[in-house]
Design a protein around this ligand. Structure first.
Ligand code: FES
Length: 161
């Protein structure tokens, strides 16, 4: 059986097999999902807000719960698309605004330019550079000092890794 999912960022509806992975819907529609952890439920890059139909998705598992607790922009309707499977019709999802970067080098490449959108940390979803801000070397140093891009720093004691 096929289920319908609506993707708010592009105002489109799409179909997926029952029990299909929500992430596959986003990818099929060419939405920019970094998948930093390879779909293992360990990063923020497939974080979505479920505007409607939370009950039509599989429940949050332990791995997902643990990651959601680290994501700074997490809300009650947050899910990780790679961990959520679609069981019924009526799911409407929205992506958090901004662009995930996966290393400090990604920001370094933008020094001297203004951020076209919020630059987000790949694990915590934290806004590292706000939209419109000029990216400078000193800003880069601050981010480097305050933020790690190492997954193990965030999930050090997890038994699920
Ligand atoms: S791709 Fe990393 S949590 Fe989904």
């Amino acid at each position: 059986m096929v289920k319908t999912v609506r993707l708010e960022p592009i105002a489109q509806e799409t179909s997926i097999e029952t029990n299909g992975n929500l992430l596959s819907v986003l990818i099929a529609k060419d939405l920019d999902v970094l998948r930093e952890c390879g779909g293992r439920g360990m990063c923020a890059t497939c974080h979505v807000f479920v505007q409607q139909g939370m009950e039509a998705l599989t429940p949050v598992n332990r791995r997902e719960q643990r990651t959601l607790e680290v994501i700074t922009s997490c809300q009650l309707n947050s899910r990780l698309a790679c961990q959520a499977r679609v069981l019924a019709n009526g799911v409407v999802v929205e992506l958090p605004p901004g662009m995930y970067i996966n290393s400090i080098q990604d920001i370094e490449a933008l020094v001297g330019r203004r951020a076209e959108q919020n630059l987000l940390h790949p694990v915590t979803g934290q806004v590292l550079v706000e939209e419109g801000k000029l990216i400078t070397r000193s800003m880069l140093k601050q981010i480097e000092k305050a933020t790690s891009f190492n997954f193990n720093d965030f999930f050090l004691n997890s038994s699920d890794i």
